[in-house]
Design a protein around this ligand. Structure first.
Ligand SMILES: NC(=O)C1=CN([C@@H]2O[C@H](COP(=O)(O)OP(=O)(O)OC[C@H]3O[C@@H](n4cnc5c(N)ncnc54)[C@H](O)[C@@H]3O)[C@@H](O)[C@H]2O)C=CC1
Ligand SMILES: O=C(O)[C@@H](O)C(=O)[C@H](O)[C@@H](O)CO
Length: 311
């Protein structure tokens, strides 16, 4: 029997995490103070699991996942003998602080207390807890049962073993944990998303493009490549000579664009050398043509898959 998992908050992300962990075979205790959210959670989980099954993405019947779910309005019931708590309550420090204080009292001392927070580091609400060493952020992309990356964000006081344990639990449940090295607001996922959103809002404000057209540029352009390769690999493969050549050619233009928005973070030669060094360790330049051809074959498969009518 796999360890029980507690999920606190039965909204969009809480129910999505309930799918992740019931699908992985864990008993899941889902807590919410709102009776209506509690009442609708099993049906929502069953409906999403049925969609997963129809897409060929679920190896069990949806009923099997619901059978592992216990929904409760009693936090102490949810917290009993769990290995991991995922807090999915509203994005408010006061609510998270109150919950972490209660969970620190109610859970076994070795249970990991993880917040799904979009931007609030654990040091904003766990610093004063006796059990703070087991507290951290585990920030998913929505929905986590389809988007595998999850950011494990330790606070300065988090025990590295607790972060390791959290990564192991999420990885065993089929997710792709990355360790964020420093506590910053918004971590990596939402800082990158925020950078794009800030520019997109400016482009709409200044009458440069419509909301729909900006979404098209990302969906039918940047996003197609980014669903296969990340932003650094994208420009590395776009430019003969790799990312160092890209920085030389495009760096001044990107610096001017940043200055327009009041941002002055130059791509210094040391920074470019660091980025280029990491890229060359992943892809020696003598393999550049081979990888470019791979990229195009992967894009061809993506284009072909998108042409297939949905089941
Ligand atoms: N929706 C998204 O795309 C993502 C959200 N998150 C984060 O996950 C957390 C939850 O977000 P959503 O699921 O979107 O919110 P939501 O509004 O869908 O659900 C929040 C749930 O928390 C419950 N709740 C309210 N007070 C509570 C309390 N004191 N204790 C326990 N539960 C309480 C509500 O009844 C509701 O069911 C937030 O911190 C959010 O920033 C993280 C990644 C993606
Ligand atoms: O975009 C996502 O899935 C996450 O990074 C989020 O944190 C939320 O969408 C956030 O931006 C709004 O709740």
């Amino acid at each position: 029997m796999l360890e029980p998992i507690a999920i606190v908050g039965a909204g969009s992300i809480g129910v999505a995490f309930a799918i992740v962990f019931t699908r992985a075979g864990h008993p899941v205790r889902l807590y919410d103070p709102d009776a209506q959210m509690r009442a609708q959670a099993p049906d929502t989980l069953h409906a999403r699991a049925s969609d997963l099954a129809a897409a060929g993405l679920l190896e069990e019947k949806p009923d099997a996942l619901v059978a592992r779910l216990l929904v409760t309005g009693d936090l102490s019931v949810a917290a009993q003998d769990v290995a991991l708590v995922i807090e999915c309550a509203p994005e408010r420090v006061d609510i998270k602080q109150a919950l972490f204080t209660e969970l620190d009292r109610l859970t076994p001392p070795d249970a990991i207390l993880a917040s799904a927070s979009s931007a609030l580091p654990a040091s904003r609400y766990a610093t004063d807890l006796p059990g703070r060493a087991r507290c951290l952020v585990a920030h998913p992309g929505n929905p986590p049962y389809l988007i595998p990356v999850i950011e494990i964000v330790p606070a300065p006081f988090t025990d590295p073993a607790a972060a390791d344990r959290a990564q192991a639990l999420f990885a065993a449940a089929g997710m792709l944990p990355i360790r964020v090295g420093k506590e910053v607001e918004g971590f990596v996922f939402n800082r990158l998303q925020g950078a794009i959103l800030r520019e997109a809002y400016c482009l709409v404000r200044d009458g440069v493009a419509s909301v729909a057209d900006i979404d098209t540029v990302v969906r039918e352009g940047l996003g197609m490549r980014w669903s296969l390769i990340g932003p650094f690999e994208t420009v590395d493969l776009n430019t003969r000579g790799g990312i160092a050549s890209h920085a030389q050619k495009m760096g001044p233009a990107y610096e001017r664009m940043g200055a327009e928005r009041g941002q002055h973070d130059p791509w210094t030669s040391d920074l470019v050398a660091k980025v280029d060094g990491e890229r060359r360790a992943q892809l020696p330049l003598d393999q550049w043509e081979v990888r470019v051809a791979w990229r195009d074959r992967a894009l061809m498969q993506l284009v072909a898959a998108r042409r297939k009518p949905p089941a």
